[in-house]
Write a protein that binds this ligand. Structure first.
Ligand code: PMP
Length: 447
């Protein structure tokens, strides 16, 4: 164990982590095993994985069926190319399956290895769509403040959390951000969107890219009419509409895709994470019949965009089996039911604790805000790091989840595996109650 921590410090540069903290304190946990909603570390401590790790382990840990699907495919054909129109059965079947479960006209799939690659691919595909229709000036991508779309060049630029732009000193040109509907009303957010579209002329805008629920921004659920209004505005200005379903896809929100909660179908979606429940890196873009028709008719010669692992056979086999399990075990319905149950529990916490502000959830994607005064919604000073303290208290009680501290807001996010049952939700909520109470007392806000 000691040795592993030293080796980790010496050789492992962690993603989205503090290098300083790693060097001072060592790796926080070295996980060894997963089973259902639980993770176990090398010392035998068990934790509830209340975030499905990175919002992705939808069907839970330790599913032998997925290991078997990968092994079977690897023994038969671990890899072959999908470039230059070479093909193979797993990718064809997964593309067909995704087309069959995606709503409306979303029927053709481009595969990637994850969410960032998916959003970069969507950005390039929409620009290509305009170029082959003699509108090369339509390059601008409009996304939302507090939106998160990944860390590749285009997806970092589309991300609306400034810390991500600072890391390497700049972002790409032709990206702008409109107001999120979260801290304003639908009218204000739509007015901001119109303003951003019109800023340099709508004829320069390629697409609007938003998450159905802003995940990493703090599980920000839009007002009911917001997404339809965005779609209306896109249609009015003749701009393409892309929904980033990377977190919200594959049952997370109590529907197969997040957009179904609001009855909105865009021109394109991006997906990743839950498509394989994290058992294999896989993502992709699904485009509408109309876009596919334009590509078929006007995209001449080679489409100069493709990853070595676009449509990886083993990843595709795992994705297919994963979606089969979601369907056979009615996990979308379970996500909806357990999501309502979790939200009820959050509301009870709000009644019993003094520092709980807004609580929200759609399916098993939820958040609890911590505030100094729930009546006026006065936030704590960021120096107090209240959300981080609650995360630490949860950790001590065997629950792993994640805090978002954006500006001065303290938000605890929840996205447990969608196989979770009532008893397990109750255990998670009890531990949350104890953790918040402990921090509340430490803060001297005890009553
Ligand atoms: N889009 C959204 C909405 C995400 O939450 C994430 C990852 N958290 C991404 C894109 C990027 O995905 P990846 O980390 O797989 O590149």
């Amino acid at each position: 164990m000691e040795n592993l921590i030293e080796l980790d410090k010496k050789h492992f540069i962690h993603p989205t982590s503090s290098i300083q903290q790693q060097q001072e304190k060592g790796a926080k946990v070295i996980f060894e095993q997963g089973e259902g909603i639980y993770l176990t570390d090398k010392n035998g401590n068990a934790y509830i994985d209340a975030m499905s790790s990175l919002w992705n382990v939808n069907i839970g840990h330790g599913r032998k069926e997925l290991a078997e699907a990968a092994a079977k495919q690897m023994e038969k054909l671990a890899f072959s190319s999908a470039f230059s129109t070479f093909s193979h059965e797993p990718a064809i079947k997964l593309a067909e399956k995704i087309a069959s479960i995606a709503p409306g006209h979303l029927n053709a799939v481009f595969f990637t290895s994850g969410g960032s690659e998916s959003n970069d691919s969507a950005i390039k595909l929409v620009r290509h769509y305009w170029r082959i229709q003699d509108q090369p000036n339509r390059r601008k991508i409009i996304s939302l403040k507090r939106g998160y779309h990944g860390v590749a060049a285009g997806s970092t630029s589309a991300t609306g959390i400034p810390e991500f732009w600072g890391m390497a000193g700049h972002m790409m040109t032709d990206f702008t951000h409109a107001e999120s509907p979260y801290e304003s009303s639908t009218e204000q957010a739509i007015a901001s969107l119109r303003q951003v579209i019109e800023a340099d002329g709508a004829e320069k805008v390629a697409a609007v890219l938003v998450e159905p629920v802003q995940g990493a921004g703090g599980v920000l659920i839009p007002p009911d009419d917001y997404l339809q209004e965005v779609k209306n505005v896109c249609e009015e200005y003749g701009v393409l509409f892309i929904l980033d379903e990377v977190i919200t896809g594959f049952g997370r929100t109590g529907k197969m895709f997040g957009m179904e909660n609001w009855g909105v179908v865009p021109d394109m979606i991006t997906f990743a994470k839950g498509v394989t429940s994290g058992y294999f890196p896989l993502g992709g873009v699904v485009v509408s019949d109309h876009i596919h028709e334009v590509l078929k008719e006007k995209s001449k010669g080679t489409l100069f965009h493709g990853f070595t692992y676009s449509g990886h056979p083993a990843a595709a086999a795992v994705g297919l089996r994963n979606i089969e399990i979601i369907e056979q075990e009615n996990l979308v319905e379970n996500s909806r039911k357990m999501g309502s149950f979790m939200l009820e529990g959050f509301r009870k916490l709000k009644g019993n604790l003094d520092i709980v502000g807004e609580v929200r959830a759609v399916g098993l994607l939820g958040a609890v805000e911590l505030v100094q005064d729930p009546v006026t919604n006065k936030h704590f000073s960021p120096d107090l790091q209240v959300a981080a303290q609650v995360i630490e208290a949860l950790h001590e009680r065997g629950v792993i989840c994640r805090a978002v501290s954006y500006g001065d807001s303290d938000i605890i996010c929840f996205a447990p595996p969608i196989i979770i049952d009532e008893n397990q939700v109750n255990t998670m909520l009890e531990k949350l109650h104890d953790s918040i109470l402990t921090v509340q007392k430490q803060l001297g806000v005890a009553f």
